[in-house]
Design a binder for this molecule. Structure first.
Ligand code: PEP
Ligand code: MG
Length: 582
């Protein structure tokens, strides 16, 4: 008998983290959308009830496994989440009632539990208490787990989770940042999604996992089946499904070569980042959770240029209190042993919601009540964070960074609240760094155009190009349908960067870039030529950017950068930039 090879095909998307992974597809699905209704014959009913019972047992065992295998550094909330889900699963309303529906309506098990879920959710909707009402999301998540098992693509982790995951490729239609942060505790070989822009927060998290990642694959989730062998080429943005033996062999070779290059890069880990003309460059790292500090240290970065604290606020039922925040900030400050740790105040909103299931109901969330606007509207939340940051500043070299400033009055209000937090600590004799530096993110075009005013009143500036590009070009950073228009090399974006660099020079204030472009090696030379001396990026990019720095001569780059700044069309800019890198 001749066994035919499964059909091989490739899918193209946007590569957002390079490297090659070869492994089995692990589908993360929105199972609720897949539920269909079908009628059973009377003699099939008891079999269907059995199938339902087995699914409940399987989900129960899976949740118990996850609970046992939770890593020590997993967020404390995760354990209680899982316990709540277990209790809900075993409640009669979910583990028994659907069986009655199967028996009375002669319907399939998926349909029965979905009907039951809809009823429960309706009851939750009628509850007045916000907290309780939101618990309906837990019911939905538990039901989704059961349905996934019934549909034959369980999301359960294998017994020896870590060992097997290292050969599994996560395939999803879309993942919220709040869900993506949970994947930091897993060890997948690659991460691919149907949607997403190059600088969406889900992408940023995928990149920080330091595994090959591709977004905007359109229909990967539908085309790929669970368990299929796939190759992910993160550098080219290509996924090859069911590769032939020859293609597989070729990619195994390329994978070895890539890993060899990575090993070679490690040799410059402790080399100082100095250009050929002798200019010292600061290469800093971006982190999302305190555990990322290990990667920062391994990268040889000279400090943390951006700690995105909002991830501490996700996947929780309530706001983290002052002690919880203080412990996280202190841990990072202490581990960095005197190196700078730039901690950004809460930047929730837009695509970063506390809970993935709570969609923002505002029409333009990226233009809405997010970041510092939210903090100024909720001064108690801000006060708690500012106190926690100040207290932690006693244990290391902490700087405070304010996101999304657009007007000077926002800065002044923030400073007033910071003074109030300092005052409250002084009253209690709680020590903090009295000289703590405060910086502002330049990520709204208004702040870049008005950068001198901000440079005058702040200790440092940090350019958030992810948002700056989004707001300058009116391109939603999370929308893959306009991803091709999202260009850091648009002359308008470059002009705004130049304005901000000049403002820093005028007032003698350091300016860094902490958006994703700081880690893009093809842009390192241009940025150096334009005057940038501080880059903050994913730890995994530090060494390759350092390699560029070591090969750069700023004296020669300055006139080229001037020429680029005088060029008014993006295609010509692209050409000139590729020439600098030849
Ligand atoms: C940015 O906007 O460039 C930035 C660094 O902040 P975030 O990506 O978290 O919005
Ligand atoms: Mg931003």
């Amino acid at each position: 008998m001749i066994l035919s090879h499964p059909v091989s095909f490739s899918i193209h998307g946007i590569g957002v983290s390079s490297g090659i992974a070869i492994g089995r597809a692990h589908l993360v699905s929105n199972a609720l959308l897949e539920v269909v209704h079908y009628q059973l014959k009377p003699h099939q009913v008891e079999q269907e009830v059995d199938r339902f019972d087995r699914a409940i047992v399987s989900v129960k065992e899976n949740l118990e496994n996850i609970s046992r295998q939770l890593p020590e550094n997993a967020p404390t909330e995760m354990a209680s989440f899982i316990q709540t889900h277990l209790a809900m699963l075993m409640d009669k309303s979910l583990s028994q009632a659907p069986k009655n529906i199967i028996r009375t309506e002669l319907c399939n098990a998926e349909w029965a539990i979905k009907q039951q879920m809809d009823d429960i959710v309706e009851q939750f909707d009628a509850i007045e208490d916000d907290y309780l009402r939101e618990r309906k999301q837990d019911v939905i998540q538990v039901v989704e787990r059961v349905i996934k098992v019934l549909l034959g693509h369980p999301s359960h982790a294998p017994q020896d989770e870590t060992a097997q995951e290292s050969h599994m490729i996560l395939v999803a239609h879309d993942i919220s940042p709040a869900d993506a942060i949970l994947f930091k505790h897993h060890h997948f070989a690659a991460f691919i999604t149907d949607v997403g822009g190059v600088t969406s927060h889900t992408t940023i998290l995928a990149r920080s996992l330091n595994i090959p990642s591709i977004v905007a694959l359109q229909k990967a989730r539908d085309l790929i089946s669970d368990g299929e062998l796939i190759i992910v080429d993160g550098s080219l943005g290509v996924v090859i499904v069911n590769p032939s033996k020859e293609v597989l062999a070729e990619y195994e070779l390329r994978q070895d070569q890539f890993e060899l290059e990575q090993q070679k890069l490690k040799r410059i880990r402790s080399t100082k980042a100095v250009t050929l003309d002798g200019t010292a460059i600061d290469l800093l790292a971006n982190i999302e959770v305190p555990e990322d500090v290990d990667a920062v240290k391994a990268s040889g970065a000279s400090g943390i240029g951006l700690y995105r604290t909002e991830f501490l606020f996700m996947n929780r039922r309530d706001m983290p209190d002052e002690e919880t925040q203080f412990a996280a900030y202190k841990q990072v400050a202490e581990t960095m042993q005197g190196m700078p740790v730039t901690i950004r105040t809460l930047d929730l909103g837009a695509d970063k919601q506390m809970n993935p299931d709570l969609d923002s109901d505002c029409a333009n969330p990226a233009l809405g009540l997010r970041a510092v606007r939210l903090c100024l509207a909720e001064p108690q939340i801000f006060h708690t964070q500012l106190r926690a940051l100040l207290r932690a500043s006693h244990y290391g070299n902490i700087k405070i960074l304010i996101p999304m400033l657009a007007t000077i009055s926002e800065l002044r209000q923030t400073k007033m609240l910071l003074d109030r937090a300092k005052q409250s600590l002084r009253k209690q004799n709680i020590p903090f760094d009295e000289q703590i530096k405060i910086g502002g993110m330049v990520e709204v075009p208004a702040a870049a155009i008005n950068a001198t005013a901000f440079a005058k009143e702040l200790d440092f500036l940090s350019i958030g190009t992810n948002d700056l590009i989004q707001y300058t070009l009116a391109i939603d950073r999370t929308d893959d349908s306009v991803a091709h228009l999202y260009s850091p090399l648009h002359p308008a974006v470059l002009q705004l960067l130049a304005l901000t660099f000049h403002a820093g020079i005028k007032y003698g204030k350091p300016v860094s870039v902490c958006g994703e472009i700081a880690g893009e090696t093809r842009l390192t030379k241009l940025l150096l030529g334009m005057g940038l001396r501080q880059f903050s990026m994913h730890p995994s990019n530090v060494l390759s950017v350092k390699k560029q720095v070591l090969q750069s001569d700023i004296v020669k780059l300055n006139p080229i950068a001037r020429k680029i700044l005088g060029t008014d069309d993006v295609e010509k800019v692209e050409l000139l930039v590729s020439k600098i890198n030849q």
